[in-house]
Design a protein around this ligand. Sequence first.
Ligand SMILES: [Zn+2]
Length: 306
Amino acid sequence: MLRLPSRVVLDDEPLDRPWIRGSRRGGDPGPVLQVRRVDDATFVLRQSPRATWEAPFLYLLLGTRRALLLDTGNVADVDRMPLQPTVAALVDDWVQAQGLSDYELVVAHSHGHGDHIAADVQFAGRDHVTVVGVDELSVRDFFGIDPWPAGVVPFALGGRELLVAGIPGHDARSIVIADPSRGLLLTGDTAYPGRLYVQDLPALQESLDRMVALADTAGTGTILGGHIEFGAHGAEHPVGTRFHPDERPLPLTVSDLRRLRQLAYDATGRRGVVRGEPMHLWIGACRIPLLRLGVAAVVRRLRGTG
Ligand SMILES: [Zn+2]
């Protein structure tokens, strides 16, 4: 029987339904981690905005030979965020139900930024667990992406074959994972409903070309990224806010991805915030817009609304 740690909740809601949204200051903190079961071998995990304002999404995909955990989120401390015990419980439940043995867990990352790798320490040094390094060379070597970044390579979980490619632009180490068996494309912080920070615009443009092509050829029409930063009515959640009272749905479509690609090409030669729907590009340092969002977050906190 599946037993998850306390302060972790499980549901079977569709992916476009609302997620845990954190709470106002002084309000009920609620669960720290939400597990959404897409099917018995596919889970989306969301860290609560109350536990970490980044509130990242993590993905656990299970095959008959091994599992892939994509990202470990923004909280290292297992007492504050029991990620490893949660993943272990989900994997054990699957392994027992399927009667599997010699099972492995691979922990990899959509990219190398701190809000996606913090709990690697919870998995390091454990038996039957491989934690892939976050530097570009470790990523390309582990998956065998050759040529980097454009090579699309298979990654077999056992009865479930994923496809992996490099997608620099937000981060030089970013990868995309296609799961044709479930029609999913996992895009990390390169595509999600929110502020997409751009480190290298020409690289991003090329990556988006390849992501659109991959979504088409792999038949992966449900695009799932690393965060939600926009409300249902277009409002932005300020940087640092712990309460997302209404959020846009997580999944994007291939049409959204095409719009994002167009936005990236239209932004050629520009710096600063370039607005699109349902995402904005933040190109370069963007100090003034960031400062504005930071002030908005402080005001919300002082008012007790975020
Ligand atoms: Zn992120």
